[in-house]
Design a binder for this molecule. Sequence first.
Ligand SMILES: Nc1ncnc2c1ncn2[C@@H]1O[C@H](COP(=O)(O)OP(=O)(O)OP(=O)(O)O)[C@@H](O)[C@H]1O
Ligand SMILES: [Mg+2]
Length: 169
Amino acid sequence: MSVQRRYQLEFTSSSPQHTESLGRLLGQLLHADDVICLSGDLGAGKTIYSRGIGAGWGAAIPLTSPTFNLVHEHRRAIDDARLFHIDCYRISGPGDADSIGLDDILDSKATALLEWPERIQAVLPPARLWIDILDGGGAQRHFVFQACGERYVTLLDRYRQLVGGITIM
Ligand SMILES: Nc1ncnc2c1ncn2[C@@H]1O[C@H](COP(=O)(O)OP(=O)(O)OP(=O)(O)O)[C@@H](O)[C@H]1O
Ligand SMILES: [Mg+2]
């Protein structure tokens, strides 16, 4: 299957609070089965952005870094939907993805949110939203979004409309 790859959106966050707000807006738009990949160096802001995503999605408890357990499963009270927050930093390669049950997660219709996705890029579905977070110095974080596949082009179009209305903090 060839998946359309289109560059769609970029913006700069000026504070951790701003990053969390931007994540919350994306979280509101997520569906079951969505795959969101968050790439960026240590301290880029992946977990802070994820915390916003979780809040916007409706997670019953706030998202924290899955550094130790590698996978955190979150539930949403209203419909019992699931969101898996995965940290691939300590996964040594695609072969190791089995150890976190990645196939089951991707088959489960849950929403998947991955930090350090480049560690397992070869086994990720080609249709996904890929986000690079670049440290711009100080509290500046530059976000670059690539929508891979029609679902994510639609998602990013809607996200752009929401982000356009956000107050810059
Ligand atoms: N605009 C910003 N957005 C997000 N974080 C920022 C921003 N400016 C400064 N920071 C700081 O950068 C750090 C980001 O931490 P976070 O845990 O989200 O990074 P991470 O990318 O998940 O790192 P790791 O790969 O270690 O898990 C925090 O200490 C936060 O206060
Ligand atoms: Mg993190």
